[in-house]
Design a binder for this molecule. Structure first.
Ligand code: PAF
Length: 291
């Protein structure tokens, strides 16, 4: 496995692979890798003949300086794990290489889908994500890019960007990887104390309870789900969370469902101590399926 830090070296390698007819699958990350990321690499290996992972803690997507300053950097351990998984190249550029002028100048904005939920709570976050992913796509020139469905809204933002800008990249989504007790894998779980870690799986349990209640109600539209949302927010507060939102939305555009809408997603964001946790479950009413 090659560790590449310089943009021109990456471009030379990618060009050679494309000329040789290789299919490049790309997994963008911010490092501090866990089994959720490893599942993305595995999917990349199944879909491409060459796999590139990037590790770049993108300052432009952090709305709180403190969060950026505390973000764990574990490059050596990450590279060892990626090598074991058969990654061909790790691209780990410096902030200076990615943003030579020191700040975001040209920005990519994906309106609509970016303006709700996480976009409301984290000002400018999705501009930072869309811009850096756009830059990484330009550098890596992937045929396929793999994202986790744990960050469901991010996945929809990227899909819309790729569609709106006619990028010839196939976006693959991988379902969230969970610990045995249901807690979705996330770098932010590392901020939980031992006591909080025991409470954290309640987030997934509440989503499952919400999903069952929504299935029982059927495709009744947003107003019909409001009482369930309020009840579940109350349960989260009782368990010790400070919830930011728990919402039933359409899984295509994250708008409140109309009567008859059957493809839904339940999204939650809640603080537990210093950790801001997000999770989601898709509910397909026709199939009675929870994903
Ligand atoms: O999901 C992440 O880790 C980041 O948002 C991404 C896609 C690597 C962009 O910085």
């Amino acid at each position: 496995m090659q560790l590449i830090k310089q943009i021109p070296s990456l471009q030379t390698q990618v060009k050679a692979w494309h000329l040789a007819g290789e299919t490049v699958a790309f997994v963008p990350t911010m490092g501090n890798l866990h089994s959720g990321h490893f599942a993305l690499i595995e999917r990349a290996r199944q879909t491409g003949t060459k796999v590139i992972a990037s590790i770049f803690v993108n300052p432009a997507q952090f709305d709180r300086a403190e969060d950026l300053a505390n973000y764990p950097v574990t490059l050596d351990a990450d590279c060892a794990a990626l090598a074991q998984l058969g990654t061909d190249v790790v691209f780990a550029p410096s902030a200076q290489a990615m943003y030579p002028s020191g700040a975001l100048r040209t920005k990519v904005e994906v309106p609509g889908i970016s303006d709700v939920l996480e976009g409301e709570k984290r000002s400018g976050h999705f501009i930072g994500v869309a811009t850096v992913v756009n830059k990484l796509f330009n550098l890596v020139q992937p045929d396929i890019a793999v994202f986790g469905a744990k960050d469901f809204q991010q996945l929809l933002v990227i899909r819309q960007m790729v569609n709106d800008l006619n990028m010839n990249i196939s976006i693959e989504a991988v379902t969230a990887v969970r610990d045995e007790d249901g807690l979705a894998k996330s770098s932010r779980n590392g901020y939980l104390s031992a006591t909080e870690r025991k409470i954290a799986p309640v987030l997934h349990q509440i989503l499952q309870q919400t999903a069952q209640r929504v299935i029982a109600l059927g495709a009744q539209g947003a107003t019909a789900y409001q009482a369930v949302q309020q009840e579940m927010l109350g349960k989260l507060a009782q368990a010790g969370f400070t919830a930011e939102y728990l919402e039933v939305r359409r899984n295509t555009d994250l708008q409140p469902p109309q009567v008859g809408d059957e493809e839904l997603v339940l999204l939650v964001s809640a603080w537990l101590g210093k950790a801001r946790l997000i999770d989601n479950l898709q509910v397909l009413l026709r199939e009675g399926e929870i994903i």
